[in-house]
Design a protein around this ligand. Structure first.
Ligand code: MN
Length: 397
């Protein structure tokens, strides 16, 4: 018999699906949160048949269970742990531990991709195109590579995973991987995934109008309240407002705080660490502690949301040779234009600002970080130019 204890996210369940493909009825799979794994391991060591082969994937045990598992292994127990989290690397000190964050070719690993390689190498699973394609989608999702590769399939696989129960997802995938030559979604799935995507889009559009910005420590944070779709929301808002260092997503009911960034110069696991949380460089989270509440909720509640740049302009455009016009909440007017290729300047209320900028983007970044300014609509722009023109014509009074 085999037993698999694994994570309850897509990557963890991917391992469960592979285990069932390889061992069929010979494996018991239990999906766990980070917190429940240690209880399951203790139960296994106390109650399970000593001949059962234990796999642990995508999660790591606490120090106490680490010792117990090692004793179990040294007294001929069979255990194999496979993980890809940086924080688990010390398990490589054990013969039964195998932790790889990045493989020899420089490719980021996931638990599912590692478990697949393991099962194929041990000849416990016959490799097929369909399984390999499924494994790759899970890997891309879990490592965020799908984003860089714009692999919508990987994102949709994860969306499907959260739309149905784990059991239903398992059944669907097992059937598909056993019979199909290639991995794909069926028509019904495509339909509900389209509907889900539209729903997320509307949700994000609404949330975009609620975002406030504020400096927190050395960073400029965007803050938004949301209960769902955190990774999509964090990603979209991050791209929409690249002048923000990261997006903080507050779930007041759940007393949780999520952090997302699209920037390489920001490590949000560090930001979360300040509030007792953690995670990855691009995505992290923490509890909404009193300190976090003061910083992100109390201090920012009075702020007006960021205004979006005008989107349907024909004249007041970014990077335009005739300049781009911005405004802020205080009704200050900013005109950003270039003197030459690498020299951009800003006039604030018709007075030139001291700084010079190498590019349009640098100038706009300055405007948005310091003044939360937005690109105004064409009518305001035209009026601004007309006024400027009238002032320069002496006889027109
Ligand atoms: Mn994982």
């Amino acid at each position: 018999m085999y037993k698999l204890l694994t994570h309850n996210d897509l990557d963890g369940v991917g391992c469960g699906i592979l285990a069932k493909l390889a061992f069929g009825k010979q494996v018991k799979v239990r999906y766990n949160s980070i917190a429940s794994l240690n209880r399951e391991v203790e139960w296994f060591l106390e109650n399970d048949d000593k001949n059962t082969f234990l796999f642990i994937t995508d999660l790591s045990v606490n120090a106490e269970n680490e010792k117990k598992l090692n004793l179990f292994y040294r007294s001929d127990g069979k255990v194999q742990m496979l993980d890809h989290h940086k924080t688990a690397l010390h398990f490589n000190d054990y013969e039964w531990g195998h932790v790889v964050v990045e493989d020899e070719e420089g490719k980021l690993t996931s638990a599912t991709s590692m478990f697949y390689d393991y099962l194929v190498k041990k000849q416990l699973l016959e490799p097929t195109d369909a399984i390999a394609e499924f494994v790759e989608l899970v890997r891309q999702y879990d490592t965020w590579e799908w984003e860089k590769n714009e692999n919508a399939h990987a994102q949709r696989l994860n969306a499907l995973f959260y739309l149905i129960s784990i059991e239903e997802f398992e059944d669907k995938m097992l059937n598909r991987l056993k019979t199909n030559e290639h991995f794909s979604f069926d028509q019904f799935e495509e339909k509900i995934l389209d509907m889900e995507e539209n729903k997320i889009e509307r949700y994000i559009r609404r949330k975009r109008r609620e975002l406030v910005q504020t400096p927190v420590g050395k960073y400029l944070a965007g803050i938004v309240y949301a209960e769902s779709y955190h990774s999509e929301l964090g990603n979209e808002l991050g791209k929409e407002y690249p002048h923000l260092d990261y997006i903080a997503i507050l779930n007041i009911g759940g007393k949780r705080l999520g952090f997302r960034t699209i920037h390489d110069h920001v490590d949000v696991s560090e930001v979360a660490g300040k509030f007792g949380g953690g995670g990855h460089a691009k995505a992290s989270g923490s509890s909404l502690t009193n300190e976090a509440y003061d910083q992100f909720v109390f201090e920012t509640f009075h702020l007006d949301p960021l205004r979006e740049d005008a989107k349907r302009n024909r004249y007041n455009l970014k990077r335009s040779s005739s300049g781009s016009l911005y405004k802020n909440q205080m009704e200050d007017i900013f005109f950003l234009y270039s003197l030459s290729d690498h020299e951009w300047v800003i006039e604030k209320n018709k007075t030139i600002v001291d700084s010079k900028f190498e590019s349009f983007d640098e100038g706009e970044n300055f405007l948005k970080r310091n003044y939360a300014a937005w690109l105004v609509r064409d009518d305001t722009f035209v009026k601004y130019l007309m006024d400027g023109y009238m002032n320069r014509v002496p006889n027109k009074q």
